[in-house]
Ligand binder design. Structure first.
Ligand SMILES: *Cc1c(COP(=O)(O)O)cnc(C)c1O
Ligand code: SF4
Length: 350
């Protein structure tokens, strides 16, 4: 049960441990500096200067439960690679820019990104439980473009005024970083807009901070007029290991549709075995693959890029290995396009 804080002390940091949900306590305990990260994994401090250079651009943040799924002593661990800052993030390379997907140009109302037909993104919070080094939003100015705390009015007005919208996608940051009190209030307001049919939530929290999937979340998420879809984000099969597996089983038992999007990342999942295992591990927990994204060319992320030719080869191998329903759509976000651009399935004629 979530306990509502007294007015004016809504922020979890001002409430005592008795009233703070366990997941918020777990979030507060996340690792926030590269030195601790290296120590906890038994890695030499020789890579500390490089890590600090990246950390200065985008702060380190790793929940304990995610750390527990890494292999100690392995500097190349695919989970560690996603979250360990490094000096390469300071490199300026042609084509790698601060807003590669053009979010800044597409804000239709405060916090609303309406680029695609029938659905719009609502940017709910800048906060995330984990800081993924490849993130395309690492430089997005959330403070400027998010609805103020609890002030959804301009965004709701916009959505109510656009009957062609059938689906709202809560995005961020990570929408599940918000409290259930605020999320339920927002979900209720959206459910009252008659032309909406679905509420989709893009979140990495059930995977990286499984404590988030508690009774309070399941209660509101399992109810309401709108169909609820959760699009998770896991890139490596080990991210589906305990304790995330139990959290996802509970979500599935609550009747929520679960999909996964992954990003194709060099040194993390750019081999067929890992990609096959990712889809199979997800499906064992009731998660269907959705997208496999080619990296957005965000400044400081070039060391994660997988060349398109390699991406195509991996994708064809994936098709050959898996039933069709376990093959995610290989896609790339192209600024200004009316939807995600799918990479061709037919054998190339290059
Ligand atoms: C990815 C995205 C969506 C959702 O697209 P789907 O193909 O429905 O998953 C919607 N709006 C924006 C701006 C997006 O980037
Ligand atoms: S959880 Fe998502 S939005 Fe947050 S840093 Fe990771 S990729 Fe970016």
């Amino acid at each position: 049960m979530i306990t509502r804080a007294p007015r004016g002390t809504q922020s979890s940091t001002t409430t005592g441990p008795r009233t703070t949900p366990l997941w918020q306590q777990a979030l507060a305990r996340a690792i926030k500096d590269p030195e601790t990260l290296l120590q906890r994994l038994g890695l030499p401090s020789t890579s500390l200067p490089s890590a600090q250079a990246g950390h200065r651009l985008f702060r380190t943040r790793i929940p304990e439960s995610y750390l527990a799924r890494m292999r100690p002593g392995n500097p190349d661990d695919p989970l560690l690679r996603q979250v360990m800052p490094r000096n390469e993030e300071t490199h300026e390379l042609p084509g790698f820019v601060s807003d590669p997907v053009g979010d800044h140009d597409a804000l239709a109302a405060p916090g609303v990104v309406h680029k695609y037909h029938g659905r719009a993104l609502l940017l709910t919070t800048g906060a995330c439980a984990i800081h993924c080094r490849y993130c395309f939003r690492r430089e997005f100015d959330y403070a400027e473009h998010n609805p103020a705390q609890d002030d959804w009015e301009p965004a709701l007005d916009y959505i109510a005024g656009h009957p062609e919208l059938h689906e709202i996608i809560l995005s961020g940051g990570d929408p599940l970083a918000l409290s259930d009190v605020r999320l339920k209030r927002l979900a209720d307001r959206l459910a009252a807009i008659p032309h909406l049919q679905r509420l989709r939530i893009h979140t990495r929290l059930p995977v990286v901070l499984p404590e988030r999937v508690d009774d309070a979340l399941l209660t509101w998420l399992g109810q309401g007029r709108l169909q609820h879809v959760l699009v998770l984000h896991a890139n490596h099969p080990r991210e589906f290991a305990a304790p995330a597996d139990a959290a996802l089983r509970r979500l599935q038992a609550a009747g929520i549709t679960l999909l996964n999007q992954a990003v194709l990342l060099a040194g993390v999942n750019d081999d067929v075995e890992t990609l096959v295992e990712l889809q199979e591990a997800g499906f064992r927990l009731g998660v269907l693959p959705y997208y496999l994204h080619q990296l957005d060319r965000t400044r400081g992320t070039a060391h994660f890029e997988v060349p398109d030719a390699r991406a195509h080869a991996l994708y064809q191998a994936l098709h050959a290995r898996l039933p069709g329903y376990l093959v995610p759509r290989l896609a790339r976000e192209i600024s200004g396009a009316p939807g995600k651009t799918l990479l061709a399935l037919f054998p190339g004629r290059e």
